[in-house]
Design a protein around this ligand. Structure first.
Ligand code: CTP
Ligand code: MG
Length: 233
C-alpha cells in the first residue's frame, strides 16, 4: 500500500484579508478556517499523517489551542513556514517521513474542500506523477497587456481554474521544488514546478465551492455556502 501524506500550508500573513488575526484562524460557523481541512484530512484512512506548515509566531497557538480544539486522531507535525508559499511547501516536503510515497498539498485557506473530491484525486493517483483539483472557467478570459489592451482570447473550453489539493509522487515534487529554488523560479502553484520539468499533470474536476479565502467578501460567500450545506457538491 502506498503511503500518502498531507501537507497543509498555513503560514501566510493574509494581507489581502485586512484583518488583525491571520485569515486561517478566522471563524466560519464558530470554527477556525484552518480546522476545516485539518479535520477532513485527519478523518481519511487513506492519509498517513499531516504536516502543518505555520508561521513560527503561531506555533504555540496552533499547538496549545487549535489542534486540541479539533480533537484530531492522526499525528500532526508542525513545521515552520517560509517567506513565500513555495518556500513553505518546500519546508513541509523536507520534513516528510522517508516512507512517504505520495504527498497531497493543500492550502489551509481552502476550508470547503469536499471529502469526495479528495477521494477522487486519491483514487486516480497511482496512474500519475502529478494531479490537481480544478474547475473549468465559466467566464471568458482575456490576455491583457500592461496598458490594458486585449492581446488575445484563449478558447474557454481549454481553461481551468486551478485549486488545491494538488497531489504528487513525493520524489517528483521534491526534485521539482529543489530545481525551482536553484533556478530562482517562483511559481504560483506547485504543479507549475513539475510542468517545467516535463511531467504530465492530470486535472481532477472539483467543485466551484472550493474557494480560497482571500479577501473579506470570500468570508461572506464561504459562510453562505456552509449555511446552505445541502447544496455543497
Ligand atoms: N502560505 C504559506 N506561506 C507563505 C504564504 C502563503 O503557507 N509564506 C499559505 C497561506 O497560508 C494559504 C496558502 O498558502 O493557506 C495560499 O496563499 P494566499 O491565499 O496567498 O495566503 P496569504 O499569503 O496568507 O494571503 P495574502 O497573499 O493576501 O497575504
Ligand atoms: Mg499570498
Amino acid at each position: 500500500m502506498s503511503k500518502i501524506y498531507a501537507i497543509i500550508v498555513a503560514a501566510g500573513k493574509g494581507e489581502r484579508m485586512l484583518s488583525n488575526i491571520s485569515k486561517q484562524f478566522l471563524l466560519l460557523s464558530g470554527k477556525p478556517i484552518l480546522l476545516y481541512s485539518l479535520e477532513l484530512f485527519d478523518s481519511l484512512d487513506e492519509i498517513e499523517a499531516i504536516v502543518l506548515v505555520v508561521a513560527s509566531e503561531d506555533f504555540s497557538f496552533v499547538r496549545n489551542n487549535l489542534l486540541l480544539s479539533g480533537n484530531l486522531k492522526k499525528k500532526v507535525q508542525i513545521v515552520q513556514g517560509g517567506s513565500n508559499r513555495q518556500q513553505s511547501v518546500l519546508n513541509g516536503l523536507t520534513a516528510l517521513d522517508d516512507d512517504a510515497d505520495f504527498v497531497m498539498i493543500h492550502d489551509g485557506a481552502r476550508p470547503l474542500i469536499s471529502r469526495q473530491v479528495v477521494l477522487n484525486i486519491i483514487s486516480e493517483s497511482l496512474d500519475h506523477d502529478a494531479l490537481a483539483v480544478g474547475v473549468p472557467v465559466k467566464d471568458t478570459i482575456k490576455i491583457v497587456d500592461s496598458q490594458n489592451f486585449v492581446v488575445s482570447t484563449p478558447k474557454r473550453e481549454e481553461l481551468w481554474i486551478i485549486q488545491t489539493p494538488q497531489m504528487f509522487r513525493r520524489e517528483v515534487i521534491f526534485e521539482a521544488h529543489v530545481k525551482a529554488m536553484s533556478d530562482g523560479f517562483i511559481g504560483t502553484d506547485d504543479c507549475i514546478l513539475v510542468e517545467r520539468l516535463g511531467h504530465n499533470v492530470k486535472m481532477i474536476k472539483g467543485s466551484y465551492h472550493n474557494i480560497k479565502i482571500t479577501t473579506p467578501e470570500d468570508l461572506v460567500i464561504a459562510q453562505e455556502l456552509i449555511n446552505n450545506k445541502g447544496v455543497i457538491e
